[in-house]
Ligand binder design. Sequence first.
Ligand SMILES: [Zn+2]
Length: 338
Amino acid sequence: MTVTRPGIENGSATVQNRTGCDITASGRVTPEGGSLEQAPCPICGLSDEKFLFFAFDKMFSWRQEKFPVVRCRHCGLVYLNPRPSRQTRNLYYEGYPCRADRMDQSQPLAHYQPVIDFLARRSPGRILDIGTGNSPFLPAMKERGWETFGTEIDAGLVDYYRSRYGIEIFEGELEDAKLSSESFDAVTIMGVLEHVPYPRLLLEEAGRILKPGGVIILWCFNRGAEADLLGRYWLGFDTPRHFYSFSSKTLGRLLAVSGFEVTDSYYRPISYLAHSGVWAARRFRDRVLGREPAAWVPNLPAFLQKMSLPLGWVLARRESGSNVYLFARKAGRAPAAK
Ligand SMILES: [Zn+2]
């Protein structure tokens, strides 16, 4: 993966705080120059939070910045606060593996099978995938007779879907697409909600374009037992690109206040324990040796992946796995005012 490395010259790492945040010994963060922004809990609308830990950029570890992670005292949501502002957040996507030239790094179709199986129980209709990324999901749904649409901010991916599959993708954010009210039977948001600054607004817009009885399906990293155990080392919280670390419980609350009723859930049998452990050990080794911190480990050796399977199954059965799919329908009436 080719990435720009500002702050590292002549092979020696230097700290370059690109958010411009000044982290003091007391752990307080001072925004400077509009590079950081404060954000209240999107579920409660309150800023009453407990500091948990400082997180760092695990994918691009040469960025030696730290970001405060907090937990809302009311609903339990874990999130970054403050976080990179609108002006600076795109900097953290340089080299991010979610582009048309990285289709070989997309999730396999099996990853979407719970969603495909759920939708197979309904008559094919109009489906919108928000933030398509480099995924085989929409082409698979088109093959199954669905009228497929998507939104995506990467122009290369928009061209890729159009030219290769004839799938219409709006280039930009959902709210800018100005889609007609009650015009879709299903909306999917997979691996996206954690990245969105205002997830409640996105869900409410999804509710507006869904037909009565329409369904929404979310796939997110789940803040379960492994996340609590591993803290800042859990690979399911990709800070600072992830603003939120949802659990199935907080995700359900967010859906409820946005006008949805959760009807079903599925926990993918996957464990990040070995993956996070390998990465943390490499980071510790590099710190001891005084080297640039170890980079993200995109794939575990096959034998470690197999060894992780039983733990993944146990966690999934206890509804505490690191991946969750939530299935919800548009509520019959407007959500209660907060
Ligand atoms: Zn809250």
